[in-house]
Each structure stands twice: as C-alpha cells, then as structure tokens.
Design a protein around this ligand. Structure first.
Ligand code: BGC
Length: 301
C-alpha cells in the first residue's frame, strides 16, 4: 500500500533558482539552519542541546548521550537504511568502517510504521554494543520527524522516527533522508556534487563543497512526458519498460540534470545501478549501495 504522494509540482528551474539565491555567505548560514532542522547539528550545538533543549523541537536525538567516559575512538554506530524493498543494518567503527556483515530484512507489506519498527527492533537486537544509531529514511525528514513517505505506508507521516528508535534502543539517534546519507558517503566535498539514487524510488541529494542541501526530493520533479523522475526511472518503471528503455531514460535524465545543476560530479547509487548498461559521461560515477549505510557516520561529524 502506498503512502500519500506529495502534491507539489516542483520545477527544476525553481529548485535551481532558490538554491543560488542564497548567496555564498548566506548559503553557509542557511545550511547550518537546515542541518539543525535535519538533526545534523554541529557538535557544539549538540552539547548545548543535550543540556537544555525541550521546547523548540530541535530534538531529533534522545538526550541519552554516550557516557562521558567513552572515548570517541571506541564509538560504534549502527547504520540503518529503510528502503522500499529491504531494511538494512550495518555496524560501523569510529571512522565509519564496517564491523561485520550487513544484515537485511525484507520491508514488510504494508510498510506501516509499526511493521517497519518491528523489523528495526529485530535488527537492532541482533547487533552487538552500538553507542548510537544513524538512520536513512526514504522520504523528507525534519528534526527526526517523517514528513513524507511515498513508497511506504502513509501512516509514517508525522511519526517521530528519531524519538521512536531512541526510545527502543536507549541510544542517541539521528535520522536523515536516505539519498542524503548515500551522498554523504559518496562525495569528495569539492564543488557542486549531485547524487541520484535508483531504487524503489528516485532519490536526490545536492552538496556544495561538502555542505548538504537537505531533502532535495528530485524524484518528484517533472522529468518528461508529464511524468516525474521517479515515475520514469523508479523500480516499477524499470520492471514495466525493461532495461533498454530504462537506460535510455537514464541518459536523458543525466543530460537534463547536467544542464540544470551544472554539477562537477554526479553520483549514481541505489540498488538498481546494476541495471546500468550504457556508457556514462566522464563526470558521472556509479557508487556502491552500501554507501547508503556507511554515509550514516557523517551525521555525527
Ligand atoms: C522519496 C525520497 C527518497 C527516494 C529514494 C522518493 O520517493 O520521496 O525522499 O530519497 O524515494 O528512496
């Protein structure tokens, strides 16, 4: 069962226009604001928030900070990626390297918040000794709260996912959009870098010198023939039209994104990159899907 589709019709030019109007100094400031909104607070802010925050709703992590005596060198992060077909978990060491194998459980159908949280409970109970949790969610997330969940059940909308998982495991939790996390794992941090994820949905993430523009929602922008990028390139479309047509569409999408964003590099991630069989432009890189988990370490920078 599908969730509510966002009703906006966002034009790409509009995204571009809004983005550049921030100006470079203002842009940095804006990014900090947005990151706070995402639960990606700068470290000094975290310390302050943990001491006092209750009313402003900036709480996207529980205030159960790892014990003061724990050195950050020994911190283990459990990265979770909630996808339309699978929920995955991977334990990371302090520098973001995998400790052990990725665990995966099929996403329940219907993918209600309760059903998926049960899966997360199972995954977290199988993981040894993590100190904190990073979560990638396939929708807009602000301050740990889900705002859209197009490819899951609509009862996710309004759910405080950071709070829910933190209450479950008793550890600090940070949540961000899944494509944003994939991007955090993929980018070089230099120039304009765009990320598109090809999976159940079509995700997008934009970075300028490593600064994230959160919740880009490229997948729901109009692409061609009156359809969005997700309608033309999501998993359902791939199954319907097959690899050859899907690959041709992908090249058209890359050409359009290149004209609109003028990125230095585009990264393609997500489970369906294995279907890419066309030659890609020189400034397009295919990245492994595991970065959707490994990027989770960056939420704590
Ligand atoms: C969602 C995005 C998500 C993408 C990939 C889209 O349907 O709206 O937020 O990043 O799917 O999961």
């Amino acid at each position: 069962m599908k969730g509510c589709r966002p009703t906006y019709t966002l034009e790409l030019g509009f995204i571009g226009g809004q983005f550049w109007s921030f100006g470079s100094e203002g842009f940095g400031k804006k990014m900090e604001t947005n990151l706070v909104g995402q639960g990606v607070e700068p470290p000094e802010r975290l310390a302050r928030d943990q001491a006092s925050e209750t009313s402003e709703g900036i709480i996207s992590e529980q205030k159960q900070a790892a014990s003061a005596s724990e050195s950050s060198a020994g911190l283990k992060t459990l990265a979770i990626d909630i996808g339309g077909s699978g929920v995955k978990a991977l334990l990371l060491n302090a520098v973001g390297e995998p400790l052990g194998d990725r665990a995966r459980i099929k996403t329940p159908k219907p993918a209600t918040a309760t059903a998926v949280m049960n899966v997360i409970e199972k995954l977290t109970s199988q993981q040894p000794g993590f100190n904190r949790v990073s979560v990638g969610f396939p929708g807009v997330v602000r301050r740990g709260v889900v705002l859209t969940a197009v490819n899951l059940h609509s009862d996710w909308v309004g759910y405080d996912l950071a709070e829910g998982i933190s209450a479950m495991v008793g550890k600090p939790v940070r949540v961000a959009n899944d494509a944003d996390i994939q991007g955090l794992g993929a980018i070089s941090g230099k120039g304009v870098e765009l990320v598109a994820t090809l999976g159940t949905g079509f995700g997008g993430a934009l970075f300028v010198n490593g600064q994230l523009v959160p919740n880009l929602e490229l997948g729901h922008a109009r692409f061609r023939k009156g359809e969005t990028f997700e309608e033309q390139l999501g998993r359902a479309a791939l199954k319907t039209v097959g690899d050859r047509v899907w690959n041709n569409r992908l090249l058209k999408a890359i050409a359009l994104l290149s004209r609109v964003y003028n990125y230095d590099r585009l990264y393609l991630g997500g489970g369906e990159v294995s279907h890419i069989e066309v030659e890609l432009p020189e400034n397009v890189t295919v990245v492994p899907n595991v970065l959707g988990l490994m990027g989770g370490i960056k939420l704590w920078d």
